[in-house]
Design a protein around this ligand. Structure first.
Ligand code: NAP
Ligand code: F7E
Length: 352
């Protein structure tokens, strides 16, 4: 039985990857941050009591800021594959917390790579690199495109990308960069724009809210469906040689178009419900990301299967279903509240 270690297992991708690896017969270990409240909601459906002897999902406390803990976990778990997904992953928040983002999203990678090297074991390593590394360089972007990050998050990911390549070139490690464009799902964090919009459309339809406040509607993103992207991560670690690969749909849409898809699905006119709040603007925006995933398609047959309008429907339907199964007492906002439930806790973009 193959053994995998996933950092960031409690996140969107980590939870889908855990589903996939368990289906494939792996023993799956995940690193979970200690939190004062439960942060394993996305794993509820696969969680097994620690007293069950035949369970194949094991969770361990740890943090990518804690190097000695990473060494201990690698020594104890002895994984065949490590998927490094943990990060402060919110671009807007990275402007408010640049040092923390550098420490986790950037230095966390080095701590983990070094722990793998110290283990002396032959471990395959996946690095969650990001299209945000391309930043200001215009689309289409592929593995040859120059990086020009536009945020502390993007800069930290560029650092991690190069550290991954360096451990591959300097130490012969099987280390790959998956350069993934935006991928979304009903498990997406509530403050990323697609989930925020899908959630708003459903709540407004249900009469729980009237408005959603958004920032830049003109930004173009290449949005795909997250479960398909974790398949690509796994495929990269099964190759004969380590390399770097873009995963993307190849189709760009504006935030406005995503809004249109979501509100049209619940038969509402979005113009009546979307308001602007400059708090959601970024000090430096990434205008357009549209990926070219031909290398992944040619070398291991990966391609995205879900178009963006279908993705929007999947996300809105999941929100509607969730509302339908909740009793009114557990709804998080009173009817016709303003959009406070959608607020991201960000300081105004200008001035800082
Ligand atoms: P996510 O939902 O924000 O999950 C991030 C995960 O990292 C969570 O499990 C989080 O734990 C964990 N984490 C954060 N700080 C940590 C720390 N200091 N120590 C240990 N764990 C920590 O992100 P995602 O969308 O699944 O993305 C997965 C990875 O791919 C991230 O590295 C992200 O930057 C990258 N990426 C994402 C996309 C995308 O479109 N989704 C595209 C390209 C690259 P908590 O649950 O406790 O917060
Ligand atoms: O923003 C605009 C915003 O926060 C998308 C992360 O997974 O993908 C993600 O980063 C766009 C931006 O994702 C709001 O200005 C407008 O142009 O959903 P997002 P992101 O910044 O693209 C990359 C690939 C990653 O690697 C990251 O980890 O939407 N936008 N109005 C807004 N964005 C947010 N969050 N909230 C708004 O109200």
């Amino acid at each position: 039985m193959k053994r995998a270690l996933i950092t960031g297992i409690t996140g969107q991708d980590g939870s889908y990857l855990a589903d996939l690896l368990l289906e494939k017969g792996y023993e799956v270990h995940g690193i979970v941050r200690r939190s004062s409240s439960f942060n394993t909601r996305r794993l509820d459906h696969i969680y097994r009591d620690p007293h069950d002897s035949d369970r194949r999902l094991m969770l361990h406390y740890g943090d990518v800021s804690d190097a000695s803990r990473l060494v201990t976990l690698l020594m104890r778990i002895r994984p065949d594959e490590v998927y490094h997904l943990a990060a402060q992953s919110h671009v807007r928040v990275s402007f408010d917390e640049p040092e923390h983002t550098g420490d986790t999203t950037g230095m966390g990678t080095t701590r983990l790579l070094e722990a793998i090297l110290m283990s002396g074991r032959d471990i395959r390593y996946y690095q969650a690199s990001s299209s945000e590394m391309f930043g200001a360089t215009p689309p289409p972007q592929n593995e040859q495109t120059a990086f020009h990050p536009r945020s502390p998050y993007g800069a930290a990911k560029v650092y991690s990308y190069w550290m991954t390549r360096n451990y591959r070139e300097a130490h012969g490690m099987f280390a790959v960069n998956g350069i993934l464009f935006n991928h979304e799902s009903p498990r997406r964090g509530e403050t990323f724009v697609t989930r925020k919009i899908a959630r708003a459309a459903a709540r407004i339809k249900a009469g729980l809210d009237r408005y959603v406040y958004l920032g830049n509607l003109d930004a173009v993103r290449d949005w795909g469906y997250a479960p398909e992207y974790v398949e690509g991560m796994w495929q990269m670690l099964q190759l004969d040689r380590p390399d770097d690969y873009v995963l993307a749909t190849g189709v760009g849409s504006t935030v406005r178009e995503f809004v249109e898809h979501c509100f049209a699905h619940v038969c509402l006119d979005w113009h009546d419900h979307v308001r602007h709040d400059e708090a959601y603007l970024r000090p430096a925006e990434v205008d357009a990301l549209v990926g070219d995933a031909s290398k992944a398609r040619e070398e291991f047959g990966w391609s995205a299967r879900t178009p963006v309008d279908r993705l929007a429907q999947i996300m809105v339907d999941a929100e509607l279903e969730q509302l339908a199964t909740k009793t009114p007492e557990t709804w998080s906002a009173p009817p016709f509240a303003d959009s406070r439930t959608f607020r991201e806790h960000v300081a105004p973009a200008v001035p800082r």
